[in-house]
Design a binder for this molecule. Structure first.
Ligand SMILES: [Zn+2]
Length: 68
């Protein structure tokens, strides 16, 4: 496990805004993001309101997304 050991890259895409899965508080920036490759990013969220923590996966369509 490597937590908080890497710098979070600056947001160059539209910012994700995710409601807390538990209390619905709007979360504007993930605690950190992990890049699997150039199209898949996993965001790790921590809610300031209720301390709930969860992850979301973001997948961007690639130019050659013919492979399943
Ligand atoms: Zn919450």
């Amino acid at each position: 496990m490597k937590l908080r050991s890497q710098a979070v890259p600056a947001f160059h895409q539209s910012r994700p805004i995710v409601p807390c899965a538990q209390c619905g508080e709007a979360l504007f920036a993930p605690e950190w993001s992990e890049y699997f490759d150039d199209r898949r990013i996993r965001h790790f969220w921590s809610c300031d309101a209720c301390n709930y923590q969860f992850e979301t996966m973001v997948c961007y369509p690639g130019p050659d997304a013919q492979a399943a």
